[in-house]
Design a protein around this ligand. Structure first.
Ligand code: PLP
Length: 227
């Protein structure tokens, strides 16, 4: 079995190859290590290998990890569904939220972001493929939400996030990512982030302009439990 540091090395060369193939600079793509369900020992190994940004999708699981690594203080990204009664600890303990899909959540996060921290970086999650079970705004709802969030004082709207429909069809993945990129351009706001691409589709996402890829399995192996 490969170790986590082996996986990270292999992944970095795949990211570099994907960037080279489309003429992008690898430094423009951030590797966000999705550490949900992983123990602190696995996260420590990824930190040893140089990773500094970690993604979690459940608050109660994330908080003890954040506390455990308080001295190292990596950058924590909240990437999961967010409930309105859980916004305060997210505003206090994370640097990024990728999964905003309602103005109410954004307003609460802005109000609850502590003064001693920089503004919270946020992305709007877009349900590009219109899957009923999935989080995210529709493309039609996006412009009004983006305009409203961009005005909130304690948030910094950075860009858009999507999770494409599960498929092995690269052309279909690519259409989803291209649609998100076009939607971001259409907003005409000063946005710099496209959070798209996971273990199975990050190369296609990079070709379509991803600036943050969210990778779990390809770093840590198969997750110990479903999440
Ligand atoms: C779990 C998860 C990922 C990582 O998925 P892998 O296929 O393991 O790379 C990325 N983004 C979100 C929102 C997730 O919940």
């Amino acid at each position: 079995m490969n170790t986590i540091s082996d996986n990270i090395l292999a992944l970095k060369s795949q990211i570099a190859a994907a960037c080279l193939a489309c003429g992008r600079n690898p430094s423009a793509v951030t590797l966000l290590a999705v550490s949900k369900t992983q123990p602190t020992s696995a996260i420590a190994e990824a930190m040893q290998a140089g990773l500094t940004a970690f993604g979690e999708n459940q608050l109660q699981e994330a908080l003890p990890k954040i506390q455990y690594f308080a001295a190292q203080s990596p950058e924590w990204h909240f990437i999961g569904p967010l409930q309105r009664n859980k916004t305060k600890p997210v505003a206090q303990h994370f640097s990024w939220v990728h999964s905003i899909d309602r103005l109410l959540l954004a307003e609460r996060l802005s109000e609850q972001r502590p003064d001693y921290l920089p503004p919270l970086n946020v992305c709007i999650q877009v349900n590009v493929d219109n899957e009923p079970q999935k989080q995210g705004v529709t493309l039609a709802e996006l412009p009004a939400l983006a305009t409203a969030i961009a005005r909130l004082p304690r948030l910094r709207l950075r860009g858009l996030m999507t999770i494409p429909k599960a498929t092995a069809d690269q052309a279909q993945q690519r259409r989803c990512f291209a649609t998100l990129r076009q939607a971001q351009e259409n907003l005409q706001l000063p946005l710099d982030t496209l959070s798209m691409g996971m273990s199975n589709d990050f190369a296609v996402a990079i070709a379509e302009g991803a600036t943050i890829i969210r990778v779990g399995t390809a770093i840590f192996g198969t997750r110990p439990r479903a999440n």
